[in-house]
Design a protein around this ligand. Structure first.
Ligand code: NAP
Length: 470
C-alpha cells in the first residue's frame, strides 16, 4: 500500500443499508478515510425508513448501528442533494478520490398487460412509499372502499402490502405509519386479498417468518386450493435440495393454512399457477384476468407456461408487487435489461466492459433487488475491498467535503447534515410520543428544511456529523 499525505476521500451516493454498510467497511479498514454520504431525500436511511413496513419496527433498529457510523467525525452527510442534477457523478469524481454508488432500485416493474393503467391498479412501490410517508408518494390515493384486493407476485413486498391492508387501524396506530395512510386504512372495507403467483408453492419467494405471520392476523383466514400443494416431479426434486430449506418450510406453513377450518369473516387467498393476463373494468379495475399456467424446464429454472385457460378474479384494487428496478443515473453506465450498473465485484464497467477508474457500486443497483438488509453488508464489504485493493492515488486538489459544500452553496442547494437529521428525528419522536406512536414522520420536504433551518440557522451549510446544532 502506498503511503499518502491526505485521507482517502470517498463519496457514497445513497444513505440506505448498502451506503452505510460501505461506510462501515471503510471506517473499519484501518485506512485514513473521509467519507461523505449523499442522499436526494433530506433525511438518511433510505429503504429502512421508506421500505421496511411500519409494523416491523425491529428491522428498523439497524438505524442505531448506522447512526454510530454516521456520528464518526470522519463521516459527513449531504441530504437533499440529487446526484445527477445538483452535482454530477463526474463532479463528485473530481471532488473525491472515489465514488461509490449505492442508490438502490426504487421503481416498479410493469406487468405489461392490457388494463394495467386502469384506475385502482397500482405499483406496490407506490403503496409502500405512501404508507411509509415518503415525500414523493404522500399525494398518492388508494381507494380501499371495495371488498376485493389482488396482489400480484409472491415475494416479501407482496406480504408487507397484504399485512398492511389486513391489519386494523388500531394495530397500526402505534407504529410510525404515515397519518394519511392510517386514515385511509381505517376506512378500508376489504374482505378478500388474493395473492397471485405465476408459478407454484415451491417457487414462492417469501421468508418463512413473514409467511407464517399472515396466519396470525386477527379477523382473517388464509386459504388456498389444497390441490396446488401436490408438487410436480421437478418441484419435488427442488424441495429435496439443500438450498430449498426455506421453500420446504414455506410449503409446510401452507399445509397448515390449508388444514385449518375457516373461522373468520375475511380471507387472504393464495392463488398459484396464475399469470397476469389483463385487467378489466369500466373506468376503473373490476376484475383481474389470469391465465392458468403449468411449469416447464429443469429444476430451479422452471418457467410458467400459459395453458390457454383463463379466469377472472374480482378486484376493486390491484397492487403489482413483481420486483423493483434500478434507475439509470446521468453519467453512469447502465444495463437496461438487468436494470443495474454493470460491474465486477463492485468496480463499474463501461459499455465496452472496461473498468471506470474510481467508480464503484454496491447494493441493489449493483446486484439487483434481492436479499434482506444484511445481504447489503456482504455486498458493501466486497465493493470496499475492491476499492481499497485499487490503492487509489489521491486526486490533486480534490477538496472533498469542504469543496463539495462550497459548490452546493454556490448552486443554491439546501443540503441537510446529519445533525439536521438528528433535529428532525427529535421532532418526530416527540410528536410521536404525544400521539402514542413510536414516531410521527415528517413527510413534507419544506418541513424537513424548516426544522433543519431552525436547528442550525440555514439548512444550506452542510456540516460533518457530530457538529452540534443544539
Ligand atoms: P421478489 O422477492 O423478487 O418477488 C417478486 C415476485 O414477483 C415473484 O413471486 C415473481 O415470480 C413475481 N413476478 C415477477 N415478474 C412477474 C410477472 N411479470 N408476472 C407475475 N409475477 C411476476 O421481489 P420483492 O417482493 O419486491 O422483494 C424484493 C427483495 O426485498 C427481496 O429480496 C425480498 O426478500 C426483500 N424484502 C424483504 C423483506 C423482509 O425481510 N421482511 C420485506 C420486503 C422485501 P417468479 O418467481 O415467477 O419470477
Amino acid at each position: 500500500m502506498t503511503p499518502h499525505a491526505s485521507p482517502l476521500r470517498v463519496a457514497i451516493v445513497g444513505s440506505g443499508p448498502s451506503g452505510y454498510y460501505a461506510v462501515e467497511a471503510l471506517l473499519q479498514s484501518g485506512r485514513d478515510v473521509e467519507v461523505d454520504v449523499y442522499d436526494r431525500i433530506p433525511v438518511p436511511f433510505g429503504l429502512v425508513r421508506y421500505g421496511v413496513a411500519p409494523d416491523h419496527q425491529k428491522l428498523k433498529e439497524v438505524t442505531r448501528v448506522f447512526t454510530r457510523f454516521a456520528l464518526d467525525p470522519r463521516v459527513g452527510f449531504f441530504g437533499n442533494v440529487t446526484v445527477g442534477r445538483d452535482v454530477s457523478v463526474a463532479e463528485l469524481g473530481r471532488l473525491y478520490d472515489a465514488v461509490v454508488i449505492a442508490s438502490g432500485a426504487g421503481v416498479d416493474r410493469a406487468m405489461n398487460v392490457p388494463g394495467e393503467d386502469l384506475a385502482g391498479s397500482h405499483a406496490a412501490v407506490d403503496f409502500v412509499g405512501w404508507y411509509n410517508g415518503h415525500p414523493d408518494y404522500r399525494d398518492r390515493c388508494f381507494d380501499l372502499s371495495g371488498e376485493h384486493a389482488v396482489i400480484v407476485g409472491q415475494g416479501n413486498v407482496a406480504i408487507d402490502v397484504c399485512r398492511i391492508l389486513a391489519k386494523t387501524a388500531d394495530e397500526l396506530r402505534k407504529t410510525d405509519i404515515a397519518e394519511h395512510a392510517l386514515t385511509t386504512l381505517a376506512r378500508s372495507r376489504l374482505k378478500t386479498i388474493t395473492i397471485v403467483g405465476r408459478r407454484g408453492p415451491a417457487q414462492m419467494k417469501f421468508t418463512t417468518k413473514e409467511l407464517r405471520e399472515l396466519g396470525t392476523l386477527p379477523g382473517w383466514d388464509v386459504t388456498l386450493d389444497p390441490a396446488d400443494l401436490a408438487l410436480d416431479g421437478t418441484s419435488a426434486a427442488e424441495m429435496a435440495a439443500p438450498q430449498s430449506a426455506t421453500a420446504a418450510k414455506n410449503i409446510e406453513v401452507l399445509r397448515g393454512f390449508a388444514a385449518k377450518p375457516r373461522s373468520n369473516p375475511r380471507e387472504i387467498r393464495f392463488c398459484f399457477f396464475a399469470a397476469p393476463h389483463r385487467l378489466e373494468g369500466e373506468g376503473r379495475v373490476e376484475s383481474f384476468v389470469v391465465e392458468r399456467t403449468r411449469l416447464s424446464g429443469p429444476a430451479f429454472q422452471q418457467r410458467a407456461e400459459g395453458t390457454g385457460t383463463y379466469r377472472a378474479i374480482a378486484a376493486d384494487v390491484v397492487f403489482r408487487s413483481i420486483g423493483y428496478a434500478g434507475l439509470p443515473m446521468p453519467g453512469l453506465p447502465f444495463d437496461g435489461r438487468a436494470k443495474i450498473v454493470p460491474n465486477v465485484a463492485g468496480r463499474v464497467r463501461d459499455a465496452d466492459g472496461a473498468v471506470v477508474p474510481r467508480l464503484y457500486v454496491t447494493g441493489w443497483i449493483k446486484r439487483g433487488p434481492t436479499g434482506i438488509i444484511g445481504t447489503n453488508r456482504v455486498d458493501s464489504i466486497e465493493t470496499v475491498a475492491s476499492l481499497l485493493a485499487d490503492d487509489l492515488p489521491r486526486q490533486e486538489g480534490a477538496g472533498g467535503r469542504e469543496r463539495a459544500s462550497a459548490l452546493l452553496r454556490e448552486r443554491g442547494v439546501r443540503a441537510t447534515s446529519f445533525a439536521h437529521w438528528q433535529a428532525i428525528d427529535r421532532v418526530e419522536l416527540e410528536r410521536g410520543q404525544a400521539k402514542g406512536k413510536v414516531r410521527d414522520k415528517v413527510i413534507d420536504r419544506d418541513e424537513f428544511l424548516s426544522i433543519a433551518s431552525g436547528a442550525s440557522g440555514e439548512a444550506e451549510t452542510p456540516v460533518a456529523a457530530g457538529v452540534g446544532t443544539t
